[in-house]
Design a protein around this ligand. Structure first.
Ligand code: ATP
Ligand code: MG
Length: 471
């Protein structure tokens, strides 16, 4: 006996709604369809509308006929195994439905390709009531008909907000709208700038999205592109050190999560960002690699190998690519590591008589200690009785052992330009200089020789003009 067993509408809907889309990913999935339909302008409206929030995504793409619309509303409208047009951003024949239902219980699609405009509606409350996949499809006339071809997707009954109280829900809705602008600016940055395909203008509630290229190409150093396994193109970027850009540039390119978090691979499929700032488990996120970002470009013929997920927000590099990517992380990290190591060395060498000394043990542990050779420290220890000098050394040792390294390094990682050391005043510099000269004269040195020693120390040399007449 053969029997047709259609899926149970209610249970299927519930599972489909929990695929784990965020609002950002859901809107991006709808935008993919508009891009595949050759849109050049995509306008998004998110409205609180007196506690009846709705989201609308309107494009000027090729639109659909009534038959195409009917097919588009079907779950699994296309077979994921079928070859797609090479510019198509779709794969599973699901996105329109799964993305919409993840956020809202009512999906309205209006579209015009030729002379007529059609609307199709899925209302989950009605499906639930009848436990049947009934959809409304109608022709729109008069003022409801579109003047130009294109498609509008509208979500109503956005119940992802229901759990929150009303005031919080509105605030939440506004903050997700702002996040959405950032998300689109990043995920579709190549389309916005015209780097990939036709240039597309995106607006969210009337605000134009500005391309947010994560690689800061104007100031980054780049390695030549490499093609792996004939299919994926990889380019690495070492972003500029904070001393080579303005505070605004540094802040902006760090992104909300900061440089440490935003290092990693950025995977693009047909020019659209799929996932970002991940080493795909091939390496750890390290401070010394925080300026490294590597772009990987694949096209839609690699979807199965990369295990692209329905939400288009996750993928895994195939085995034949992983080994090479691992090598590249290390090779590609080198410019940034070199920059880092060079800078550390330069800083240490900069001062002839540094107050802090850096010791590296044989097992590569690094310790910072206060230098007993610094003239000011020498002066202090020699002017104290033996007992007090011992006490002072104990205090130095305490300070050395209690440097808040983690706090400093996390402040530095987050915002190096805000982490400052207070400047000495000229009076303080002068007092130190006088003490040192007194000390050396007492040791039997001539005034000229003591001056020479002073001039060998950065802080006095740099301020020599201001202090020399008062010594
Ligand atoms: N804005 C649009 N303009 C024109 N056609 C569209 C639009 N949105 C959807 N379609 C049509 O509806 C079909 C189904 O869309 P849906 O997003 O559900 O699946 P898909 O894009 O084919 O694959 P995926 O699940 O990977 O997104 C699309 O293949 C396309 O033919
Ligand atoms: Mg789609």
């Amino acid at each position: 006996m053969r029997k047709e067993i259609p899926p149970n509408a209610n249970s299927l809907i519930m599972s489909m709604r929990s695929l784990g889309y965020s609002l950002n990913n859901a809107v991006a999935d709808i935008i993919d369809n508009s891009i595949s339909a050759k849109a050049t302008k995509i306008d998004i409206i998110c409205s609180w509308d007196n506690q009846e929030p709705f989201v609308e995504i309107k494009d000027n793409g090729i639109g659909m006929t009534s038959e195409e619309l009917e097919e588009a509303m079907r779950l699994g409208s296309k077979n994921p195994l079928h070859e797609r047009d090479k510019e198509d951003l779709g794969r599973f024949g699901l996105g329109l439905k799964t993305a919409s239902f993840s956020q809202a219980k009512k999906l309205i699609v209006k579209t015009k390709q030729n002379e007529n405009t059609y609307a199709a509606i899925w209302d989950l409350d009605l499906i639930e009531k009848e436990n049947k996949w009934f959809m409304d499809l109608e022709k729109l006339d008069g003022k409801n008909a579109f003047k130009e071809k294109g498609t509008t997707i509208r979500w109503e009954k956005i119940d992802t907000l229901e759990k929150k109280d009303k005031i919080n829900a509105q605030e939440y809705f506004e903050s997700v709208t702002n996040q959405l602008i950032k998300h689109i600016s990043l995920v579709f940055h190549r389309y916005i700038s015209g780097d990939y395909g036709n240039k597309i203008i995106f607006t969210v509630n009337g605000n134009i999205c500005i391309s947010a290229d994560p690689f800061f190409k104007e100031k980054s150093t780049t390695q030549p592109a490499e093609i792996i396994a004939n299919k994926c193109k990889v380019i690495s970027y070492a972003l500029p050190h904070h001393t080579n850009c303005t505070s605004e540039e540094w802040e902006y390119h760090g992104g909300e999560e900061g440089y440490l978090e935003n290092q990693g691979f950025y995977l693009y499929r047909n020019g659209r960002l799929i996932c970002k700032s991940t080493w795909f488990g091939l390496a750890r996120k390290l401070e010394m690699r925080k300026l490294c970002r590597i772009s990987i470009d694949i096209d839609n013929s690699s979807d199965a190998e990369w295990q692209l997920d329905v939400k288009k927000s996750r993928a895994t590099p195939p085995q034949q690519v992983r080994g090479r990517l691992r090598d590249l992380i290390h090779a590609f990290s080198r410019p940034a590591i070199k920059k880092f190591a060079k800078r550390a060395k330069a800083l240490i060498n900069k001062q002839k008589s540094p107050i802090w000394e850096r010791f590296v043990s044989t097992d590569r542990q690094i310790i910072y200690k206060i230098s007993k050779d610094h003239p000011s420290i020498k002066f202090l220890l020699n002017s104290l009785s033996e007992e007090l000098a011992d006490e002072a050394e104990k205090i130095f040792s305490l300070v050395e052992k209690r440097i808040p390294l983690q706090l400093i390094s996390s402040d530095y990682a987050e915002n190096p330009k805000n982490l400052i050391t207070e400047e000495l005043t000229i009076k303080e510099i002068l007092d130190h200089a006088k003490n040192i000269i007194d000390y050396y004269i007492k040791q039997g040195l001539s005034v000229e020789d003591s001056y020479d020693i002073l001039k060998g120390i950065d802080i006095f040399r740099e301020n020599w003009e201001s202090i020399k007449d008062s010594l």
